[in-house]
Design a protein around this ligand. Structure first.
Ligand code: UD1
Ligand code: CA
Length: 451
């Protein structure tokens, strides 16, 4: 049986941020969310998150994750002090405790499974994850004796010049037999450069301890500053893109593309340069997205194309063409075989199949039928300064260029709106509407007024 504890109480001073460090985002998820996800395959019986700095904010950000227990560390006196807070919560518990730093978001689940397995097989008191880093700066260094038995962990700030040359580091991931650790915890001392209670001191005071090296050192990267956050982002992006490339997705100029881990792509999707896919986005096969597009929390059907456009919280059905320079936001549904073109903004709008809005339009809070043609420059006046109102447009209706549809308004099926009309009243099926001043022509008038 394993209980998991996640250290997330620190301020993260080196981030130089108002946001608690563990809530900083990496590929669409917070650092601490990623850490929590990495332990899922171990089916922990309990998950305790130690919070302190801006604890309310951290708890609120994680309230959607079920069955988390929060333990308050009201003053942050070090990682050892953080784990001391668990004592009243784990009284009588005789199993293992897996401790993870909330700022190590790149761990793979199989690394944790392996750590726990080695811990159990060897009946260790503690098993810690270690790695060799070419640049070990900022990490605690691990020292073992000739038999490979761990002797001590020395924090960077406490290292002598010689000790600092050791590039075998503590990942900050530990498996403890809880009763062994619980005995040591009350006796930790803060005799070190930072005057903190170090969990790393406990490691060398329990019984048998082993250090297990991780194969891919990138997994243990801890985020302490924005530079490390950017490095972690590069690593994560490389992992995500490799996965999709091998799954049959074409990425043209992958370095210029970003893809959140939460995105799903089907084979034969093509992503063009400078395109960013975020949140819960799904793109079906045959679609070609970009160049220069942002798609967020949206579902795109098969064979959709999007060029130089922004699409958020929207659904686009098969075969529709979006852009260049379109903006779809706030629950837009585009039917199959539609065209949404240059400088068109759609907000909370549903287009029926084979409808075109090809140029220079704003449709807000609008529902159209099928095969509608929205002429260039058609605008829905959906906002009266206080409330938003809906526009309904029937099947096969055509609006002329520069029409203004003043909502609330309903246009029937097969209606024809003359160019330049300002339509303020509902229109029945099959009607022609001309709502503009009649043209006045005064022959010879210009010549008469010449001076
Ligand atoms: C820690 C380890 C170091 C290791 C490194 C790996 C100690 C003393 N050092 O150093 O050996 O190489 O992680 O990344 O453990 N936290 C609390 N309460 C506190 C202090 C910290 O919850 O009072 C949390 C932080 O929010 C963070 C984690 O513990 O998630 C690690 O703290 P941090 O200050 O980043 O430790 P490091 O100096 O990186
Ligand atoms: Ca750290």
């Amino acid at each position: 049986m394993v209980v998991v504890a996640i250290l997330a109480a620190g301020k993260g001073t080196r981030m130089k941020s108002n946001l608690p460090k563990v809530l900083h985002s990496l590929g669409g998820k917070s650092l601490v969310e990623r850490v929590i996800e990495s332990v899922e395959p171990l089916s922990p019986s309990r998950r305790l998150v130690i919070v302190g700095y801006q604890s309310q904010e951290v708890k609120t950000a994680m309230e959607k994750i079920p069955n988390l227990e929060f333990v308050e560390q009201t003053v942050q006196l070090g990682t050892g002090h953080a784990i001391q807070q668990l004592l009243p919560h784990l009284e009588g518990y005789a199993g293992d405790l897996l401790i993870l730093n909330g700022d190590a978001p790149l761990l793979r689940s199989k690394t944790l499974e392996n750590l726990w397995k080695i811990h159990q097989e060897n009946q260790n008191s503690a098993t810690i994850l270690s790695a060799y880093l070419s640049n070990p700066q900022g990490y605690g260094r691990i020292f073992c004796n000739d038999e490979g038995i761990l002797q001590k962990i020395v924090e960077e700030k406490d290292c002598t010049h010689d000790q600092r040359q050791n590039n075998r580091v503590n990942a900050g991931i530990y498996c403890f037999r809880w009763p062994d650790l619980a005995k040591i915890l009350p006796h930790l001392q803060a005799n070190n450069a930072q005057k903190e209670y170090y969990l790393t001191d406990a490691v060398t005071q329990v019984g048998k301890v082993m250090a297990v090296d991780v194969a891919d050192y990138q997994e243990i990267l801890g985020i302490n500053d924005r530079l490390q956050l950017a490095t972690a982002n590069d690593i994560l992006q490389r992992r995500i893109k490799e996965k999709w490339l091998l799954a049959g997705v074409t990425l043209i100029d992958p370095a210029s593309i970003t893809i959140d881990e939460t995105v799903e792509l089907q084979p034969d999707v093509i992503i063009e340069p400078q395109t960013h896919l975020r949140g819960k986005t799904v793109i079906q096969s045959g679609s070609r997205i970009g160049p220069g597009s942002l798609i967020e929390n949206s579902d795109l059907g098969q064979n959709v194309t999007v060029q130089y456009s922004v699409v958020t919280d929207s659904v686009i059905q098969a075969g529709s063409r979006i852009g260049p320079y379109s903006h779809l936001r706030g629950h837009v549904e585009v039917g199959a075989g539609c065209r949404v073109g240059n400088f068109v903004e759609l907000k909370n709008t549903q287009l029926g199949d084979r409808t075109n809005v090809a140029h220079l339009s704003y449709l807000g809070d609008t529902t159209t039928g099928t095969k509608v043609n929205i002429g260039a420059g058609t605008i829905t006046a959906n906002y009266d300064g206080v409330n938003k109102h809906r526009t309904k447009i029937g099947d096969r209706t055509k609006t002329g260029s520069n029409s203004v549809l003043v909502a609330p308004i309903t246009l029937g099926d097969n209606v024809y709106i003359a160019a330049g009309s300002t339509v303020t009243e509902d229109v029945e099926n099959d009607a022609l509407v001309i709502a503009r001043c009649r043209q006045v022509v005064k022959p010879g008038w210009c010549k008469k007024t010449e001076s």
